[in-house]
Every structure is written in C-alpha cells, then in structure tokens.
Ligand binder design. Structure first.
Ligand SMILES: Nc1ncnc2c1ncn2[C@@H]1O[C@H](COP(=O)(O)OP(=O)(O)OP(=O)(O)O)[C@@H](O)[C@H]1O
Ligand SMILES: [Mg+2]
Length: 267
C-alpha cells in the first residue's frame, strides 16, 4: 500500500523562548495509508487540532518532515496545500461564504486547485453536477441553488461544507470535530453523510471527535493523543472489537490520569 501522508518527528512549540512556551507536538511519527479513515481522540489540549493544523500548514512546524503523497510539503504554504487537503471545522460558518448562493459556493469548491479559473458565471453542465451532488444529501437543497448560504441551518450548512470539501477529491480530508456544534440528530446525519462520502470516494481521512462511540464506529483505524504524542494506535479487527470502556481504560492508562475528563465522558 502507498502512504498518503507521512509525518516524521514533528515538533510544534508555540511562543518558543517566552514564559508562555508550549511544546504541543512532541516528536510525532505517523504514517497514513491511502484510503485510511482514522478517528482521532484525546483530552482537551492534547494537541489534536494542532496536529491537523500542522498537516494543513496553518503554521510552520519547528522540526520534522511532512510528506503528502510522497512529496515534501513541510515548507509549502497552507494555500498551496489547500489544493489537495480539504478541511471541515466545528463552526459551519468557516467552510462556506455566507453572502454567496449555494451554487456560487459550490463553484468556488469546483475550482479548488485549478490553475485557471475561467468560469465567470456557472455553466449549465456544472449546475447539473451540483444538483446531482446536492440530491445525494437528501436535504432538498438541489431546489435552492440560488439561495444564500447564510440562510441555511447549521446542519444544512455543514452538509454543504462537507460536499464542498469533497466535490473535487482531496488527497486528504481533515475533520476537526465537524459535528460537535450540531444537535444529536443533525450530528448523526452529517456523520452518516461523512461516512458515505469517504467510503464512496475512498478518501484518506482524519476525523477528530470527542465522542468515543463515534471514534469506534467510524473508520478503520483509531489514534489517541495525549500530551502531544500519539499514545494509542489501533486498526483492523482490534479496532472493530473496541468498546467504550476499553477506550476509557486505555485513556486512563496512557494519560496517567485517573479522573476521566468531562469532555470525553459526557459526549
Ligand atoms: N495558535 C496557537 N498559539 C498558541 N498556542 C496554541 C495555538 N493553538 C493551540 N495552542 C495550544 O496548544 C495546546 C493544544 O491545543 P489543541 O487545540 O491542539 O488541543 P486539542 O487536543 O485540539 O484540544 P480540544 O479537544 O480542546 O480541541 C493548547 O495548550 C493550546 O492552548
Ligand atoms: Mg481541538
């Protein structure tokens, strides 16, 4: 199998050399195979978001190498990485442009990574694809192409964000608690949609979640982070057989923390 992503000895230190120095990623070695769907769990402040941000290039890492599809992207700026790496965040507002219509947003996504953007106006062929893709969401959005995205509900907007993130197959899909702000039913809808898209397109995916059941249920591999390191890495049958109590036990074992954090327990 080919590696989609390789991280070698990644370190990230915020505010180095000041009193606020914070060594957040402590030598991460991590290889992701093409088509892996990996769930990422860990307590608050464990470094999960920083881990994903490092991959996306939100800031330079202090040490280490990042290879995407065999290419060294360690020093590639975020906007160039964005041609191949799609992200969805907790806040649905971050993935879409409020004042643009659904079809305008989709047109932006359609052009991601393309060098020439000749499309002034949306062509009928393109609109047809947008409609087909929106129909798959089963939210009735295919009849509302001209509607401003700001008028959508949080769940509808997050479903659209997900569609935009995957309209052009990314080499890597990064999801940072992308359903955490939604009510349970809507969260489930967006998760099911996520799973469907990831399976259909065989997308290499990293999904941070605070929900242990989701971490077990989705994906083929699960990692747990603690204090800037990957402390648990399970896949295949071993992952399939995991239970929530198993994960809680693993967390306690690896965090040296007998008290389970609320954020993990309550979600
Ligand atoms: N841009 C930044 N500048 C300074 N410190 C940061 C920055 N981003 C994250 N940190 C710090 O890095 C540490 C890890 O944060 P991170 O957001 O990666 O944790 P997390 O595992 O995603 O936690 P949560 O579950 O709460 O989202 C925290 O101490 C945080 O304050
Ligand atoms: Mg986070």
């Amino acid at each position: 199998m080919d590696a989609a992503l390789e991280l070698k000895q990644i370190h990230k230190i915020f505010e180095a050399g000041t009193v606020n120095e914070n060594h957040v990623l402590k030598g991460i070695d991590f290889t992701v195979q093409k088509g892996d769907f990996i769930t990422v769990i860990g307590g608050n402040g464990a470094g999960k978001s920083t881990f994903l941000n490092s991959i996306a290039g939100s800031f330079p890492v202090d040490e280490g190498t990042i290879l995407l599809d065999g290419q060294d992207i360690t020093h590639t700026p975020a906007y160039e990485r964005a041609a191949h790496i799609s992200r969805v965040f907790q806040d649905a507002k971050m993935g879409t442009a409020t004042r643009l219509t659904i079809e305008e947003n989709l047109a932006v996504a359609w052009n991601r990574g393309k060098k020439r953007r000749f499309a002034w106006g949306i062509k009928e062929a393109q609109r047809k694809v947008f409609k087909e893709e929106l129909e798959k969401l089963d939210l009735g959005l295919e009849d509302r192409l001209k509607m401003e995205v700001g008028l959508l509900s949080g769940g509808q907007r997050q479903a659209l964000t997900l569609l935009m993130a995957t309209l052009v197959d990314p080499k890597l899909l990064l999801l940072d608690e992308h359903t955490a702000a939604l009510d349970p039913k809507t969260s489930q809808m967006v998760l099911d949609l996520t799973d469907r898209i990831v399976q259909e397109k065989q997308l290499t995916t990293l999904m941070i979640t605070h929900n242990m059941e989701h971490a077990i249920q989705y994906g083929n591999r699960l990692i747990m982070m603690n204090n800037g390191q990957i402390v648990v890495d399970v896949s295949g049958d071993e992952k399939q057989q995991l239970t929530v109590p198993d994960l809680l036990a693993l967390f306690k074992q690896n965090s040296g923390n007998a008290v389970m954090e609320d954020a993990l327990l309550l979600s």
